[in-house]
Design a protein around this ligand. Sequence first.
Ligand SMILES: NC(=O)c1ccc[n+]([C@@H]2O[C@H](COP(=O)([O-])OP(=O)(O)OC[C@H]3O[C@@H](n4cnc5c(N)ncnc54)[C@H](OP(=O)(O)O)[C@@H]3O)[C@@H](O)[C@H]2O)c1
Length: 230
Amino acid sequence: MTSRTILITGANRGIGLTFTEIYAKQNWQVIACCRDLEQSIELRRLAKQLPNITLETLEITNPKQIQNLAYKIMQPIDILLLNAGIKGASQTLSEINAEDMLTVFDTNVVGQLSMIQYFADKVTASYDKQIVVLSSKMGSIDDNRSGGSYSYRASKAALNIVMKSVAIDLAPQGVHVLILHPGWVKTRMNGSDAPLDTFASVSGMINIINNYKNFKSGSFRDYKNQEIPW
Ligand SMILES: NC(=O)c1ccc[n+]([C@@H]2O[C@H](COP(=O)([O-])OP(=O)(O)OC[C@H]3O[C@@H](n4cnc5c(N)ncnc54)[C@H](OP(=O)(O)O)[C@@H]3O)[C@@H](O)[C@H]2O)c1
């Protein structure tokens, strides 16, 4: 089989950078998207070592940029990996405000959906036909035992229901959707106290992605392959 293509958002650091490195080392064509190429020193270094990484600038809250990228990319996309996300500035009931809620929703929900709208045809035209999104257990209503994190929790719960609809709507085209929780991972988002490094988390998620045919499209799983309650 000829080499396959994965497009990764938020590829410049954290979980996205590790996905980029592992897929590139496995000889995938990796379209690694980041907001600011100039600042993305590690990603640029990696792309110098691994010529199968193509770097693209992409702000997922900017539909025009998404559209331009979708026009520019000619090849089918086997895996659309929607990794970029933000936590939001305010977490508590007294702090939370509309601006923070809307900013987090714009990235974690609307941006992901715009990506799917512009790239669905390229996924449909591919061999694997996968859309994989990084959600969070924080978006599980059933699992919420500690409260707080209003914008992040609400945005990931909204992302989950959006992805469930995408799984249903794109099923006739053979597209398969996975909604993944990476665990609690050491990145800029979640700090150095987190127990997992990005390689352990990403390796677990790639194992699920490789075995996607074993799971119902739209299934919500963690990096250890446990199903997460909605
Ligand atoms: N770390 C964890 O424990 C954990 C747990 C559960 C879920 N997750 C999810 O896993 C995903 C990756 O998280 P991470 O821990 O690797 O976070 P991170 O280190 O903060 O990285 C986030 C990435 O998303 C990019 N990004 C943010 N907003 C964007 C936008 N509007 N357009 C394009 N790119 C944007 C960032 O780019 P810039 O560098 O330009 O800001 C960065 O590359 C997120 O969806 C997160 O919610 C993480």
